[in-house]
Design a protein around this ligand. Structure first.
Ligand SMILES: [Zn+2]
Length: 86
């Protein structure tokens, strides 16, 4: 530990999702703010279009059928997953 200062690191990352129930696929771009608090604990907050959202890693609802489950893919693999499901 070399510093106790608060610092923020922002990265942009896109996740691709596919619903295993209805086959709906979509991508979402996230702004991820990594911060270290004064106690040295790391945390990550996720934002989409300026709105704070839960971590995409815990997402389990489908905007199309509201069911799921949801599988997270790397961006650009949605079409491949839909082919796999078909
Ligand atoms: Zn669905």
């Amino acid at each position: 530990m070399v510093t106790m200062e608060r610092d923020t690191e922002t990265v942009h990352e896109a996740y691709a999702f596919v619903c295993l129930h209805c086959g709906h696929g979509w991508e979402e771009a996230y702004e991820i703010r990594h911060t270290t608090d004064l106690a040295g604990h790391r945390r990550a907050d996720y934002f989409t279009r300026g709105v704070r959202v839960p971590s995409p890693l815990t997402r389990n609802d489908c905007p199309s059928c509201n069911l799921g489950p949801i599988r997270i893919l790397r961006p650009g693999r949605v079409d491949a997953a839909r082919t796999y499901l078909a």
